[in-house]
Write a protein that binds this ligand. Structure first.
Ligand SMILES: [Zn+2]
Ligand SMILES: [Zn+2]
Length: 161
């Protein structure tokens, strides 16, 4: 399906193709909840990087988060988080390690998204203490990242669009 998105101030608008548009992946990591989710988590969708078209590109800035590596040093993540420099809306994540993929923030998408039949709660070890994760009976929970990708989750359930 085609997803259309925008930032809150509307200076940035974008569209892309997505076979993986279910907003099922609730990430409680510090980056997602600080940059894209005051409910305690962020949700990214799966899309096709080369299908992305953008208007207002000049308003976009890139954030690369600091990540603590195995030795305890802080290194800059290669993942590029795009946001609007005026209103701060999180737009999408693109990572040069998987250049064909793009992960729009569900919060930026204006196209009505399908309702997930079940959800995945990930990075729960990083969850803020005040957040009560709303775990449904079919939901899966992970302390860190699950093995299953966003694309695999859709494929396994026959939910590709
Ligand atoms: Zn904006
Ligand atoms: Zn996250």
């Amino acid at each position: 399906m085609i997803l259309e998105g925008s930032c809150h101030c509307q200076r940035v608008r974008f569209r892309l193709e997505s076979a993986h548009p279910y907003p099922f992946n609730l990430c409680y990591c510090s980056i997602c909840r600080k940059t894209a989710g005051s409910g305690g988590y962020g949700i990214n969708l799966g899309g096709v990087a080369e299908s992305l078209s953008v208007s207002g590109e000049e308003h976009i800035r890139v954030y690369r988060a600091g990540i603590v590596d195995a030795s305890g040093a802080v290194v800059e993540s290669p993942a590029e988080r795009r946001f609007c420099q005026h209103c701060g809306s999180a737009l999408w994540v693109w990572d040069p390690r998987w250049p064909e993929l793009i992960h729009p923030s569900a919060s930026a998408i204006d196209t009505p998204l399908p309702t997930p039949p079940e959800r995945v709660h990930l990075m729960l070890d990083s969850k803020a203490a005040w957040v009560t994760a709303a775990i449904g009976p079919q939901d899966q929970q992970y302390a860190e990242y699950p093995e299953e990708s966003i694309a695999d989750w859709h494929q396994r359930r026959g939910l590709e669009r």
